[in-house]
Design a protein around this ligand. Structure first.
Ligand code: GLN
Length: 318
């Protein structure tokens, strides 16, 4: 077994040279204010051991990584009916693109582009009142991470609200097709708050454990989702988790991953590890530049990739 502690520390060290190369999101002041050279990494193994380096305990805005948790909740609420309103294909377009919605009659390509996540929020409002839905989401993420200190950054949520014209356009456009059923302000209120969840790499890697562990929360042993659903969420992360950069991310890491414009990435090595990285500088597709490079390095050093034959067994028997 490679010395993971050393690997993770070496990666954090190397990323000091790369972190400042990306462009920090500047559409809201709360994100624009983050120093570009920050970098954190946390790796939580199937046996519960955790390796961390850099700013792994610094909370940041998880943004679109929250779409994974929202999708998980919505599938729990309505099951596979969800797929009547959201597709499962990579979009090949930017995260906030509106172009495909017209020809595809208001059905977003997948749940990880903004349009898809907004439909997921609407689905959750079929089950909960807006305030309740935000509270449920927070409770859910806290339970997954085993950490009650996780909060929503209200300043970020307000910034999203004040600048969210594109998201409003997407929601209104889909409402015209009947694929948004609740008032747009309520749907976006939920969406903006989930984007404003503030978590550290450690908390995020902990929260992602169910996707490494065939749908179970290792703390409680309880099933969060079925093994099949965990596989499917991972498949969507691999194919759609980085928008029009999903192919490139899969090529470089071979792992399911979900990025956020705050610079975080949650990546899953099924059966082996749940990994979170954070570096706020983004590449041209809006995905963390050094975060992606760090995951590429981790996979090179460990051989973790879903395309590595017998990955889970190899690690288990070491
Ligand atoms: N809050 C951002 C938005 O809705 C989230 C996008 C992202 O993280 N890619 O535009």
């Amino acid at each position: 077994m490679p010395d993971l502690g050393a690997i993770v520390r070496d990666i954090a060290e190397e990323m000091r040279e790369h972190a400042y190369k990306g462009k920090v999101a500047d559409y809201i002041p709360a994100l624009a204010a983050i120093a570009p050279e920050r970098f954190g990494i946390a790796v939580v193994m199937a046996d519960g051991t955790c390796h961390m380096a850099g700013d792994a305990q610094q909370a940041f805005s998880i943004q679109s990584i929250s779409k994974v948790f929202a999708l998980t909740m919505a599938l729990g609420a309505v099951g596979d009916q969800l797929w009547q309103r959201v597709g499962r294909e990579p979009s090949g377009s930017a995260f906030n693109s509106i172009v495909q919605l017209e020809s595809e009659h208001g059905i977003p390509r997948n749940p990880f582009i903004n349009a898809g996540a907004i439909v997921v929020s609407d689905i959750l409002l079929g089950r909960y009142e807006p305030r309740e839905a935000i509270g449920e989401m927070l409770r859910f993420v806290r339970a997954l991470a085993g950490d009650d200190s996780i909060v929503i950054d209200e300043e970020v949520a307000r910034g999203e609200q004040e600048t969210g014209y594109r998201n409003m356009a997407l929601a209104n456009y889909m409402r015209a097709f009947g694929n948004i059923r609740h008032p747009v302000e309520k749907v976006l209120g939920l969406y903006f708050h989930q984007c404003a969840l503030a978590m550290s790499c450690q908390q995020l890697a902990m929260a992602g454990r169910y996707l490494m562990a065939r749908g179970r929360n290792p703390d409680t042993g309880r099933s969060v989702v079925s093994p099949q659903r965990a596989r499917r969420i991972n498949a969507l992360m691999l194919t759609c988790g980085h928008y029009d950069g999903s192919g490139e991310f899969a090529f470089r890491t071979g792992l399911p991953g979900k990025s956020g414009v705050g610079g975080g990435i949650l990546a899953i090595a099924p059966g082996v590890a749940s990994i979170a990285v954070w570096s706020p500088g983004l590449n041209e597709r809006g995905n963390s530049l050094a975060g992606t490079l760090a995951l590429e390095r981790l996979v090179q050093a460990t051989g973790w990739s879903v395309f590595e034959p017998g990955l889970g067994q190899a690690i288990a028997s070491e």
